[in-house]
Design a protein around this ligand. Structure first.
Ligand SMILES: [Ca+2]
Length: 223
């Protein structure tokens, strides 16, 4: 009986030690350290998720929905070598892309590809604006051409869009219309070139914006 009691009391420090280990692993945080992120799902629903560390410790988050590029029109994380899109609010009943260079953007997004197949759009731009109709985007960036030659481009959009390379209009797909493709060709030398895609979404609800390229003696791929 004496031996049993001794074993029982010797076991108490072990129980306390395991309890402290458990408490440490739960790692309770104070309210001022608590941060949250709002997740917008591909169907447009949202959910707030609380983090047990400051949001400032997160370097970046990438998003993707089935059938679309990461972030759709783009996300707020800068992408080296990608496209920067400036978003503009445009007046209702706009029928063509306005002169965006004379307007002030309401925010910017970043993406590597323009790959938004025709789809309904009502989420807006999380972290930038909740506007989902009557907006325009001016994408700008540079790209490298490994081998000079005749390049063919195809620009699909709903509603209007335009492709300019080195400041020259290559494709005019402007106007209010459902998903529609237009193609254009341009001779490009090897080296760095500038690209600019202007796009606008008129009335709700459908959007589309995809840019494809066919290199000399090659087959069409997403730009
Ligand atoms: Ca539309």
């Amino acid at each position: 009986m004496k031996n049993l009691s001794l074993r029982y009391f010797r076991g108490i420090p072990l129980v306390i030690f395991i309890f402290l280990l458990l408490v440490e692993s739960v790692s309770l945080v104070s309210a001022d350290e608590l941060s949250s992120i709002t997740i917008t799902y591909c169907d447009g629903s949202t959910q707030v998720v609380y983090l047990n560390q400051p949001a400032s410790t997160i370097r970046g988050i990438e998003f993707s929905c089935p059938g679309s590029a990461p972030g759709g029109f783009g996300g707020t994380t800068q992408i080296a070598g990608g496209l920067k899109g400036d978003i503009f609010a445009i007046p209702e009943n706009t029928a063509r892309i306005p002169n965006l260079d004379s307007m002030t953007p309401i925010g910017s997004i970043y993406t590597r590809h323009l790959d938004i197949p025709s789809q309904s759009f009502k989420t807006g731009f999380p972290g930038v604006t909740d506007r989902f109709e009557w907006f325009a985007i001016r994408y700008r960036g540079t790209f490298e051409v490994p081998n000079g030659g005749q390049y063919s481009f195809r620009l699909l959009s709903d509603d209007g869009s335009r492709l300019l390379i080195d400041g020259q209009l290559v494709i005019d797909n402007d106007g209010l219309h459902p998903s529609r493709s237009r193609t254009g060709e341009v001779s490009l030398s090897a080296g760095t070139h500038s690209i600019r895609v202007e796009y606008f979404q008129g009335p709700r609800l459908y959007v589309a914006l995809q840019l494809f390229v066919t290199p000399p003696n090659g087959s069409e791929r997403l730009f």
